[in-house]
Ligand binder design. Structure first.
Ligand SMILES: *Cc1c(COP(=O)(O)O)cnc(C)c1O
Length: 219
């Protein structure tokens, strides 16, 4: 199937209220432009350097989401233009984003990335840490940031029950924090598990290979 057919097939599977973040990492600018021309405005990249190379070559109204682990010393590069940083996994990073957002006269949207997978390979905050950071935010510690929601990745497994269980953990935390201050975004689900994520309450999904095809890391 072509990128266009893939994109349209994914769009057709998503309820209208679910945001699609098209994950374009490793894929060329031409492929991103093709999906943009079909009406997609929100794209996700996981590496700062790759994002910095691609963004200037693409339309200015693209909303870029950083979805991969972010080192504090790289925040300054993306702070002038990033729409949302989905991968906030430490207090230090949140403080740095707040600082750089301030320097740029911007309010940067962030999601707290919470560790929900049984695998220990994934980055993310423990639930207790996420609650703590959210409380600091409510207390006014990060004036140049808006926490718009939560992000999580489930275990990479065929066992749907396991994946469902993990997504529901994040949904429960989302509901709890949402009582304290309204959140917009629950980002969970990728190419292989986004239908389950939506059943569990996701309203934003991050889909890469199901749109752009398999990633080639050899280049
Ligand atoms: C690569 C990536 C995705 C997209 O994965 P696909 O399986 O290609 O859809 C989603 N979220 C994060 C954090 C990623 O790094």
């Amino acid at each position: 199937m072509s990128i266009k057919e893939n994109y349209q097939a994914i769009k057709n599977q998503l309820p209208v209220e679910v945001q699609l973040v098209a994950v374009s990492k490793t894929h060329p600018v031409s492929a991103i432009q093709e999906v943009y021309d079909l009406g997609q405005k929100v794209f996700g990249e996981n590496k700062v350097q790759e994002l910095m190379e691609k963004a200037p070559l693409l339309p200015e109204d693209i909303q870029w989401h950083l979805i991969g682990h972010l080192q504090t010393n790289k925040v300054k590069y993306i702070a002038p233009f990033i729409d949302t940083i989905q991968s906030v996994d430490s207090e230090k990073l949140l403080a740095e984003i707040n600082k750089e957002a301030g320097k740029n006269g911007r309010i940067i949207k962030v999601l707290l990335q919470v560790k929900i997978a049984a695998e220990d390979t994934k980055f993310g905050l423990e639930i207790s840490e996420a609650k703590e950071l959210f409380q600091q935010y409510l207390d006014g510690k990060y004036p140049n940031i808006t926490i718009t929601g939560l992000m999580g990745m489930a275990t990479f497994t065929e066992e749907e029950q396991q994946v469902r269980k993990e997504f529901l953990i994040l949904k429960r935390l989302f509901d709890e924090l949402n009582q304290l201050k309204t959140l917009n975004t629950l980002s969970m689900g990728m190419s292989d598990d986004f239908p389950v994520a939506i059943e569990c309450g996701a309203n934003s999904v991050r889909v890469g290979s199901a749109i752009f095809g398999r990633r080639d890391y050899s280049k």
